[in-house]
Design a binder for this molecule. Sequence first.
Ligand code: PLP
Length: 378
Amino acid sequence: MADPVYLDYAATTPVRPEVVDAMLPVLRGHWGNPSSIHRFGRLARAALDDARARLAAVIGASAPEIVFTRAGTEADNLALLGRARVASGGIAVSAVEHKAVLTTAKLIAKEGARLTLIPVDPAGRVRMDEVRRIVEEERPAMVSVMWASNEIGVLQPVGEIAAICHDAGVTFHSDAVQALGKVPVRVDRVAADLVAFSAHKLGGPKGIGALFVRRGTQVAPLIHGGGQERGLRPGTEDVAGAVAFAVAAELADAEREQTMRRLVGLRDRLEAGLRERVPGLLVNGADADRLPTISNVSIPGADSEMLLAAMDLEGIAVSSGSACSSGAVEPSHVLTAMGLPPETAGPSVRFSLWRDSTDADVDRVLEVFPRVIERVRT
Ligand code: PLP
Protein backbone atom coordinates (compact mmCIF):
# COMPACT_ATOMS: atom_id res chain seq x y z
CA MET A 1 0.00 0.00 0.00
CA ALA A 2 1.15 3.52 -0.76
CA ASP A 3 2.44 5.72 2.06
CA PRO A 4 -0.32 7.39 4.06
CA VAL A 5 -1.15 10.95 3.06
CA TYR A 6 -1.96 13.44 5.81
CA LEU A 7 -3.97 16.43 4.63
CA ASP A 8 -5.46 17.47 7.94
CA TYR A 9 -2.86 19.99 9.12
CA ALA A 10 -5.56 22.43 10.23
CA ALA A 11 -6.47 19.83 12.88
CA THR A 12 -2.89 19.58 14.03
CA THR A 13 0.68 19.47 12.78
CA PRO A 14 3.59 17.24 13.75
CA VAL A 15 6.08 18.81 16.14
CA ARG A 16 9.04 20.04 14.12
CA PRO A 17 12.41 18.43 14.89
CA GLU A 18 13.93 21.86 15.59
CA VAL A 19 11.19 22.41 18.15
CA VAL A 20 11.90 19.10 19.86
CA ASP A 21 15.60 20.05 19.87
CA ALA A 22 14.75 23.31 21.61
CA MET A 23 12.51 21.61 24.18
CA LEU A 24 14.85 18.85 25.27
CA PRO A 25 17.46 21.04 27.02
CA VAL A 26 14.64 22.70 28.94
CA LEU A 27 13.11 19.38 30.01
CA ARG A 28 16.52 17.96 30.89
CA GLY A 29 18.36 20.97 32.26
CA HIS A 30 16.08 23.93 32.95
CA TRP A 31 13.39 22.02 34.75
CA GLY A 32 13.20 24.31 37.77
CA ASN A 33 10.10 26.21 38.79
CA PRO A 34 10.33 29.69 37.23
CA SER A 35 8.92 31.20 40.43
CA SER A 36 11.74 29.77 42.60
CA ILE A 37 14.39 32.29 43.50
CA HIS A 38 17.30 29.86 43.52
CA ARG A 39 19.54 29.08 40.60
CA PHE A 40 17.29 26.29 39.24
CA GLY A 41 14.33 28.63 39.23
CA ARG A 42 16.32 31.45 37.68
CA LEU A 43 17.42 29.26 34.78
CA ALA A 44 13.82 28.26 34.08
CA ARG A 45 12.71 31.89 34.43
CA ALA A 46 15.32 33.00 31.92
CA ALA A 47 14.11 30.38 29.40
CA LEU A 48 10.49 31.46 29.94
CA ASP A 49 11.30 35.17 29.61
CA ASP A 50 13.26 34.50 26.45
CA ALA A 51 10.35 32.50 24.96
CA ARG A 52 7.90 35.26 25.82
CA ALA A 53 10.09 37.94 24.21
CA ARG A 54 10.60 35.85 21.07
CA LEU A 55 6.91 35.07 20.60
CA ALA A 56 6.09 38.73 21.24
CA ALA A 57 8.59 39.79 18.56
CA VAL A 58 6.95 37.53 15.96
CA ILE A 59 3.60 39.32 16.39
CA GLY A 60 4.92 42.83 17.02
CA ALA A 61 3.95 42.87 20.70
CA SER A 62 5.98 43.59 23.79
CA ALA A 63 6.84 40.67 26.09
CA PRO A 64 4.51 41.59 28.99
CA GLU A 65 1.58 41.52 26.57
CA ILE A 66 1.94 37.74 26.08
CA VAL A 67 0.07 35.44 28.47
CA PHE A 68 0.88 31.76 28.00
CA THR A 69 -2.18 29.53 28.30
CA ARG A 70 -3.05 25.89 27.95
CA ALA A 71 -3.74 26.05 24.21
CA GLY A 72 -5.97 28.06 21.93
CA THR A 73 -9.31 27.17 23.49
CA GLU A 74 -8.17 28.51 26.83
CA ALA A 75 -6.80 31.69 25.23
CA ASP A 76 -10.19 32.33 23.58
CA ASN A 77 -11.99 31.63 26.86
CA LEU A 78 -9.68 33.93 28.79
CA ALA A 79 -10.23 36.68 26.23
CA LEU A 80 -14.02 36.49 26.13
CA LEU A 81 -14.97 35.43 29.65
CA GLY A 82 -12.07 37.25 31.29
CA ARG A 83 -12.96 40.48 29.52
CA ALA A 84 -16.71 40.04 30.10
CA ARG A 85 -16.02 39.90 33.84
CA VAL A 86 -14.50 43.36 33.90
CA ALA A 87 -16.49 45.05 31.12
CA SER A 88 -20.17 44.17 31.10
CA GLY A 89 -22.28 44.71 28.02
CA GLY A 90 -23.19 42.88 24.86
CA ILE A 91 -20.93 40.68 22.80
CA ALA A 92 -20.90 40.32 19.00
CA VAL A 93 -19.09 37.43 17.34
CA SER A 94 -19.06 36.28 13.75
CA ALA A 95 -21.36 33.42 12.86
CA VAL A 96 -18.39 31.41 11.56
CA GLU A 97 -16.23 31.33 14.69
CA HIS A 98 -14.59 28.20 16.04
CA LYS A 99 -16.53 26.58 18.86
CA ALA A 100 -13.93 27.89 21.33
CA VAL A 101 -15.34 31.38 20.71
CA LEU A 102 -18.95 30.55 19.77
CA THR A 103 -19.67 28.36 22.79
CA THR A 104 -17.98 30.82 25.14
CA ALA A 105 -19.99 33.72 23.70
CA LYS A 106 -23.19 31.71 24.21
CA LEU A 107 -22.21 31.15 27.83
CA ILE A 108 -21.71 34.89 28.31
CA ALA A 109 -25.17 35.40 26.79
CA LYS A 110 -26.63 32.84 29.18
CA GLU A 111 -25.24 34.90 32.01
CA GLY A 112 -27.32 37.83 30.78
CA ALA A 113 -25.38 39.65 28.04
CA ARG A 114 -26.85 40.33 24.65
CA LEU A 115 -25.24 38.14 21.96
CA THR A 116 -25.24 39.21 18.32
CA LEU A 117 -24.02 36.90 15.57
CA ILE A 118 -22.37 38.89 12.81
CA PRO A 119 -23.48 37.46 9.46
CA VAL A 120 -21.13 36.55 6.61
CA ASP A 121 -21.57 36.87 2.86
CA PRO A 122 -21.79 33.82 0.55
CA ALA A 123 -17.97 33.73 0.33
CA GLY A 124 -17.67 33.52 4.10
CA ARG A 125 -16.49 37.10 4.71
CA VAL A 126 -17.89 38.98 7.65
CA ARG A 127 -20.36 41.62 6.42
CA MET A 128 -18.74 44.96 7.14
CA ASP A 129 -22.01 46.87 6.88
CA GLU A 130 -23.29 44.70 9.73
CA VAL A 131 -20.10 45.19 11.77
CA ARG A 132 -20.53 48.96 11.45
CA ARG A 133 -24.24 48.83 12.26
CA ILE A 134 -23.76 46.59 15.30
CA VAL A 135 -20.94 48.72 16.69
CA GLU A 136 -22.84 51.97 16.12
CA GLU A 137 -26.34 50.88 17.14
CA GLU A 138 -25.84 48.09 19.66
CA ARG A 139 -22.62 49.37 21.24
CA PRO A 140 -21.45 45.93 22.42
CA ALA A 141 -18.70 45.77 25.03
CA MET A 142 -16.76 43.34 22.85
CA VAL A 143 -16.51 42.09 19.28
CA SER A 144 -14.75 38.87 18.28
CA VAL A 145 -13.95 37.95 14.69
CA MET A 146 -11.43 35.27 13.76
CA TRP A 147 -8.32 36.17 11.75
CA ALA A 148 -8.71 33.10 9.51
CA SER A 149 -11.30 30.36 9.37
CA ASN A 150 -10.34 26.85 10.44
CA GLU A 151 -12.99 25.34 8.18
CA ILE A 152 -12.75 27.28 4.94
CA GLY A 153 -9.54 29.28 5.40
CA VAL A 154 -11.22 32.61 4.64
CA LEU A 155 -9.32 35.64 5.96
CA GLN A 156 -11.44 38.22 7.71
CA PRO A 157 -10.79 41.98 7.39
CA VAL A 158 -9.57 42.16 10.97
CA GLY A 159 -7.61 45.38 10.45
CA GLU A 160 -10.73 47.22 9.37
CA ILE A 161 -12.88 45.68 12.11
CA ALA A 162 -10.27 46.47 14.76
CA ALA A 163 -10.15 50.10 13.64
CA ILE A 164 -13.94 50.45 13.79
CA CYS A 165 -14.00 48.92 17.29
CA HIS A 166 -11.04 51.00 18.43
CA ASP A 167 -12.68 54.25 17.31
CA ALA A 168 -15.88 53.30 19.12
CA GLY A 169 -14.12 52.21 22.31
CA VAL A 170 -15.25 48.59 21.82
CA THR A 171 -12.86 45.78 22.81
CA PHE A 172 -11.83 43.68 19.82
CA HIS A 173 -10.67 40.07 20.09
CA SER A 174 -9.48 37.89 17.25
CA ASP A 175 -8.84 34.15 17.21
CA ALA A 176 -5.62 33.88 15.18
CA VAL A 177 -5.05 30.19 15.93
CA GLN A 178 -5.15 29.25 12.22
CA ALA A 179 -3.53 32.42 10.93
CA LEU A 180 -0.22 32.56 12.77
CA GLY A 181 2.67 31.40 10.63
CA LYS A 182 0.55 31.48 7.47
CA VAL A 183 -0.26 35.17 7.05
CA PRO A 184 1.26 38.17 8.85
CA VAL A 185 -0.33 38.50 12.27
CA ARG A 186 0.99 41.79 13.63
CA VAL A 187 -0.57 43.58 16.55
CA ASP A 188 1.53 46.65 15.78
CA ARG A 189 -0.45 47.00 12.53
CA VAL A 190 -3.88 45.74 13.63
CA ALA A 191 -5.49 47.49 16.59
CA ALA A 192 -6.81 44.32 18.23
CA ASP A 193 -6.94 44.30 22.03
CA LEU A 194 -6.87 40.53 22.48
CA VAL A 195 -5.55 37.85 20.09
CA ALA A 196 -5.51 34.09 20.69
CA PHE A 197 -2.85 31.63 19.47
CA SER A 198 -2.06 27.92 19.68
CA ALA A 199 1.28 26.18 19.12
CA HIS A 200 0.13 22.87 17.68
CA LYS A 201 -1.18 24.40 14.46
CA LEU A 202 2.29 25.50 13.39
CA GLY A 203 4.74 22.80 14.35
CA GLY A 204 4.63 23.16 18.13
CA PRO A 205 3.28 20.74 20.71
CA LYS A 206 -0.34 20.44 21.81
CA GLY A 207 -1.41 22.04 25.07
CA ILE A 208 0.37 25.39 24.83
CA GLY A 209 -1.20 28.58 23.59
CA ALA A 210 -1.02 32.28 24.23
CA LEU A 211 -3.24 35.29 24.53
CA PHE A 212 -1.99 38.70 23.45
CA VAL A 213 -3.42 41.25 25.89
CA ARG A 214 -2.73 44.78 24.75
CA ARG A 215 -1.22 46.98 27.42
CA GLY A 216 -4.04 48.70 29.31
CA THR A 217 -6.70 46.08 28.46
CA GLN A 218 -8.17 44.75 31.69
CA VAL A 219 -8.94 41.03 31.81
CA ALA A 220 -9.93 38.92 34.84
CA PRO A 221 -8.35 35.47 35.31
CA LEU A 222 -10.57 32.42 34.90
CA ILE A 223 -8.69 30.22 37.32
CA HIS A 224 -7.28 31.31 40.61
CA GLY A 225 -4.07 30.63 42.41
CA GLY A 226 -0.61 32.18 42.32
CA GLY A 227 0.49 35.24 40.44
CA GLN A 228 1.97 33.56 37.37
CA GLU A 229 1.44 35.17 33.97
CA ARG A 230 0.72 38.50 35.67
CA GLY A 231 -2.02 36.77 37.63
CA LEU A 232 -3.99 36.10 34.44
CA ARG A 233 -3.10 32.42 34.19
CA PRO A 234 -2.02 31.07 37.57
CA GLY A 235 -0.26 27.72 37.77
CA THR A 236 3.39 26.74 37.33
CA GLU A 237 4.32 27.59 33.77
CA ASP A 238 5.03 25.03 31.04
CA VAL A 239 8.50 26.36 30.26
CA ALA A 240 9.36 23.72 27.66
CA GLY A 241 6.01 24.34 25.96
CA ALA A 242 6.58 28.09 25.91
CA VAL A 243 10.05 27.65 24.41
CA ALA A 244 8.63 25.23 21.85
CA PHE A 245 5.88 27.67 20.90
CA ALA A 246 8.35 30.54 20.45
CA VAL A 247 10.67 28.47 18.27
CA ALA A 248 7.80 27.06 16.17
CA ALA A 249 6.37 30.56 15.64
CA GLU A 250 9.75 32.02 14.70
CA LEU A 251 10.46 29.24 12.20
CA ALA A 252 7.01 29.41 10.62
CA ASP A 253 7.22 33.18 10.35
CA ALA A 254 10.70 33.14 8.83
CA GLU A 255 9.66 30.58 6.19
CA ARG A 256 6.17 31.93 5.72
CA GLU A 257 6.42 33.76 2.41
CA GLN A 258 8.32 31.04 0.62
CA THR A 259 6.23 28.18 2.02
CA MET A 260 2.91 29.88 1.39
CA ARG A 261 3.85 30.75 -2.18
CA ARG A 262 4.46 27.07 -2.83
CA LEU A 263 1.28 25.99 -1.03
CA VAL A 264 -0.93 28.40 -3.00
CA GLY A 265 0.24 26.61 -6.14
CA LEU A 266 -0.41 23.22 -4.58
CA ARG A 267 -3.86 24.20 -3.34
CA ASP A 268 -4.86 25.71 -6.68
CA ARG A 269 -3.75 22.57 -8.50
CA LEU A 270 -5.73 20.44 -6.04
CA GLU A 271 -8.87 22.53 -6.50
CA ALA A 272 -8.59 22.72 -10.29
CA GLY A 273 -8.02 18.97 -10.47
CA LEU A 274 -10.97 18.19 -8.21
CA ARG A 275 -13.30 20.50 -10.13
CA GLU A 276 -12.29 18.80 -13.34
CA ARG A 277 -12.71 15.27 -12.05
CA VAL A 278 -15.71 15.51 -9.71
CA PRO A 279 -18.94 16.74 -11.32
CA GLY A 280 -20.88 19.18 -9.15
CA LEU A 281 -18.00 19.83 -6.73
CA LEU A 282 -18.00 23.31 -5.17
CA VAL A 283 -15.04 25.04 -3.56
CA ASN A 284 -16.32 26.89 -0.50
CA GLY A 285 -15.04 30.41 0.08
CA ALA A 286 -13.31 30.45 -3.31
CA ASP A 287 -14.30 34.09 -3.91
CA ALA A 288 -12.65 35.38 -0.75
CA ASP A 289 -9.04 35.91 0.28
CA ARG A 290 -8.05 32.64 1.88
CA LEU A 291 -5.21 30.91 3.66
CA PRO A 292 -3.15 28.96 1.14
CA THR A 293 -3.43 25.95 3.45
CA ILE A 294 -7.15 25.17 3.51
CA SER A 295 -9.44 23.92 0.81
CA ASN A 296 -13.03 23.09 1.70
CA VAL A 297 -15.20 21.42 -0.92
CA SER A 298 -18.84 20.34 -1.04
CA ILE A 299 -19.88 17.31 -3.04
CA PRO A 300 -23.68 17.21 -3.34
CA GLY A 301 -25.02 13.69 -3.14
CA ALA A 302 -22.13 12.29 -1.12
CA ASP A 303 -22.21 11.27 2.52
CA SER A 304 -19.29 12.96 4.22
CA GLU A 305 -18.88 10.38 7.00
CA MET A 306 -18.73 7.56 4.44
CA LEU A 307 -16.43 9.65 2.31
CA LEU A 308 -13.96 10.29 5.12
CA ALA A 309 -13.99 6.63 6.12
CA ALA A 310 -13.42 5.56 2.51
CA MET A 311 -10.56 8.06 2.15
CA ASP A 312 -9.05 6.76 5.38
CA LEU A 313 -9.17 3.23 4.01
CA GLU A 314 -7.23 4.52 1.02
CA GLY A 315 -4.66 5.96 3.43
CA ILE A 316 -5.65 9.61 3.02
CA ALA A 317 -6.43 11.61 6.17
CA VAL A 318 -8.80 14.52 5.63
CA SER A 319 -11.63 15.91 7.71
CA SER A 320 -15.16 17.11 7.38
CA GLY A 321 -16.66 20.43 8.32
CA SER A 322 -19.64 18.68 9.82
CA ALA A 323 -19.84 18.20 13.54
CA CYS A 324 -21.21 15.02 14.99
CA SER A 325 -23.51 15.83 17.85
CA SER A 326 -25.96 13.55 19.64
CA GLY A 327 -25.45 10.88 17.03
CA ALA A 328 -26.65 13.07 14.17
CA VAL A 329 -24.30 14.64 11.67
CA GLU A 330 -25.22 18.27 11.40
CA PRO A 331 -24.21 20.46 8.47
CA SER A 332 -21.35 22.79 9.34
CA HIS A 333 -22.46 26.02 11.04
CA VAL A 334 -19.90 27.85 8.91
CA LEU A 335 -21.23 26.65 5.56
CA THR A 336 -24.79 27.13 6.78
CA ALA A 337 -23.98 30.74 7.77
CA MET A 338 -22.65 31.27 4.23
CA GLY A 339 -26.12 30.38 2.97
CA LEU A 340 -25.40 26.88 1.70
CA PRO A 341 -28.44 24.58 1.86
CA PRO A 342 -28.09 21.32 3.85
CA GLU A 343 -27.55 19.37 0.58
CA THR A 344 -24.25 21.18 0.01
CA ALA A 345 -23.35 22.22 3.56
CA GLY A 346 -23.59 18.61 4.74
CA PRO A 347 -21.34 16.72 2.34
CA SER A 348 -18.17 18.74 2.75
CA VAL A 349 -14.51 17.81 3.04
CA ARG A 350 -11.61 19.91 4.25
CA PHE A 351 -8.16 19.35 2.82
CA SER A 352 -5.51 21.20 4.77
CA LEU A 353 -1.90 21.59 3.75
CA TRP A 354 1.31 22.60 5.43
CA ARG A 355 5.04 22.85 4.79
CA ASP A 356 5.31 19.04 4.68
CA SER A 357 2.68 18.77 1.90
CA THR A 358 3.99 17.69 -1.49
CA ASP A 359 2.99 17.44 -5.14
CA ALA A 360 2.75 13.68 -4.61
CA ASP A 361 0.11 14.21 -1.90
CA VAL A 362 -2.02 16.20 -4.33
CA ASP A 363 -1.50 13.62 -7.07
CA ARG A 364 -2.72 10.87 -4.75
CA VAL A 365 -5.86 12.81 -3.83
CA LEU A 366 -6.61 13.54 -7.48
CA GLU A 367 -6.25 9.87 -8.27
CA VAL A 368 -8.22 8.49 -5.32
CA PHE A 369 -10.89 11.10 -4.52
CA PRO A 370 -12.94 10.88 -7.76
CA ARG A 371 -13.02 7.09 -7.45
CA VAL A 372 -14.13 7.26 -3.82
CA ILE A 373 -16.78 9.84 -4.66
CA GLU A 374 -18.26 7.62 -7.33
CA ARG A 375 -18.44 4.81 -4.82
CA VAL A 376 -20.11 6.82 -2.04
CA ARG A 377 -22.49 8.55 -4.44
CA THR A 378 -23.93 5.31 -5.77
N1 PLP B 1 -9.58 28.38 17.25
C1 PLP B 1 -9.41 27.89 16.02
C2 PLP B 1 -9.69 28.74 14.84
C3 PLP B 1 -8.94 26.58 15.86
O1 PLP B 1 -8.79 26.08 14.63
C4 PLP B 1 -8.67 25.80 17.01
C5 PLP B 1 -8.22 24.40 16.88
O2 PLP B 1 -8.90 23.56 16.36
C6 PLP B 1 -8.86 26.39 18.27
C7 PLP B 1 -9.32 27.68 18.35
C8 PLP B 1 -8.58 25.62 19.52
O3 PLP B 1 -7.20 25.51 19.74
P1 PLP B 1 -6.62 24.38 20.70
O4 PLP B 1 -6.79 23.08 19.98
O5 PLP B 1 -5.19 24.74 20.87
O6 PLP B 1 -7.38 24.44 21.98
